[in-house]
Write a protein that binds this ligand. Structure first.
Ligand SMILES: Cc1ncc(C[n+]2csc(CCOP(=O)(O)OP(=O)(O)O)c2C)c(N)n1
Length: 380
């Protein structure tokens, strides 16, 4: 389906406020939204639960329903506001959910998508949220939107549209400003180069906990290419935003090992509260490396709120002992040397440009093999 067609049909029903966290299955529709919608009507939320709250407050302020977009893995982040803010026993607030269905049973997908894929419709049933699978023919789409809107208006409750892989056609952004992106993404290095460089500077006994998306894929490929084995690395393939808490837990239990968290700006922002916990517990061996490309690069490059915040200063305010920022290879090398020897918690922000190799692979070892190798390395 043409993203513009869907956008137009939603608009005909006065559905023109969007908020959510992007997903690869929705990237062309998200591109269409950003092309055609003013910033205050298109809010990239820190996490999917925040997006539900934003749609709820949009309704409180305007009396109109909003649209919340997300990957199905984000449903977990929504359970609390869906069951204690917008449901009929509390404030009964309507909005339309647009859920990318990764791991749909019968399709091939990565291990972290299998369980969310199996549970997506069951979750919606348990939550009492009626849904339709988003069709692709224009007549059916018109009907499904009518049905959703009539349900939302009558029941003052959410309705979900579940979006299968390849539902949307490619969307070419027309708006020149959005097409060019911000000049803040014009940094000399990209994420993959930064990962290769920082990993090459670590010691054999160091530990890495890497974040969701292409960071973990690039780290995996670096190890494979250099025949290093993957035992030093815990790849957080799902559970976006939780790498820093995983790294914290390991750092506290293994005080003699340096524990590096390779984070992304989107993941960092998604569960930024973990910084307060890290600051509170002061693990001396905790080293946070945030690779900041100012975007959700792994799922389409949609901007995060990173341009509005100062990541090193946030860490410092949370109690990190030392914080740095770097952009060039020389700066990274200097800062990594310091990071290795300083007492943490410490943070290095590496500002990079967006983008990844087209032929980037995926981990060929399963999460359970990764866990075994990693635990063995931790015990050694
Ligand atoms: C809870 C949850 N929401 C959304 C996603 C989809 N997702 C996977 S990677 C990613 C982008 C991560 O952005 P960032 O941390 O900045 O790293 P980058 O891809 O830019 O390197 C998103 C949104 C997810 N896996 N889990």
């Amino acid at each position: 389906m043409e993203p513009s067609f869907f956008y137009k049909q939603l608009n005909l029903h006065n559905l023109n406020f969007f908020t959510g966290v992007p997903d690869s299955l929705l990237k062309d529709f998200c591109a269409c939204i950003s092309d055609k919608t003013d910033k205050i009507f298109n809010i990239t939320a820190a996490n999917e639960g925040n997006a539900i709250a934003l749609a709820a407050s949009y309704y409180l302020a305007t009396g109109k329903s909003g649209i919340v977009f997300m990957q199905n893995s984000g449903l977990g982040n929504c359970i609390n506001p869906l069951t204690s803010l917008t449901n009929s026993e509390t404030y009964s607030i309507p909005f339309l959910m647009l859920i990318g269905w990764r791991g749909e049973p019968g399709t091939k997908d990565e291990p972290q998508h299998i369980e969310p894929g199996k549970l997506t419709l069951d979750f919606l049933n348990t939550l009492g949220i009626p849904y339709s699978i988003l069709p692709t023919t224009e007549e059916e789409v018109i009907e499904v939107i009518k049905k959703a809107v009539s349900y939302m208006n009558k029941n003052l409750s959410p309705y979900a549209l579940v979006v299968r892989k390849e539902t949307f056609d490619k969307y070419e952004i027309q708006n020149e400003k959005i097409k060019q992106g911000k000049q803040i993404t014009d940094f000399p290095l990209n994420r993959e180069y930064a990962i290769q460089l920082i990993t090459s500077l670590l010691q054999d006994r160091d530990i890495i906990v890497s974040t969701t998306g292409k960071t973990s894929r690039e780290l995996f490929e670096y190890r494979a290419t250099n025949n290093q084995g993957h035992h030093q690395d815990f790849l957080t393939v799902g559970s976006m935003g939780h790498s820093s808490s995983i790294a914290l837990g390991i750092a506290l239990q293994k005080p003699a090992r340096n524990v590096y968290c390779f984070d992304g700006d989107g993941a960092f922002i998604m569960h930024m509260g973990s910084l307060a916990t890290i600051g509170y517990y002061q693990p001396r061996n905790f080293k946070h490396v945030v690779i900041n490309n100012f975007s959700h690069d792994s799922v389409g490059g949609q901007p995060t709120a990173a341009e509005a915040i100062n990541i090193p200063l946030i860490a410092e305010a949370c109690g990190y002992k030392i914080v740095f920022s770097a952009e060039t290879a020389d700066e990274i090398i200097t800062r990594m040397k310091e990071l290795q020897s300083v007492e943490g918690p410490a943070l290095l922000e590496i500002r990079v440009k967006k983008g990844a190799r087209k032929e980037l692979g995926r981990p060929t070892r399963t999460p359970s093999q990764n866990k075994k190798d990693f635990m063995c390395h931790l015990m050694s």
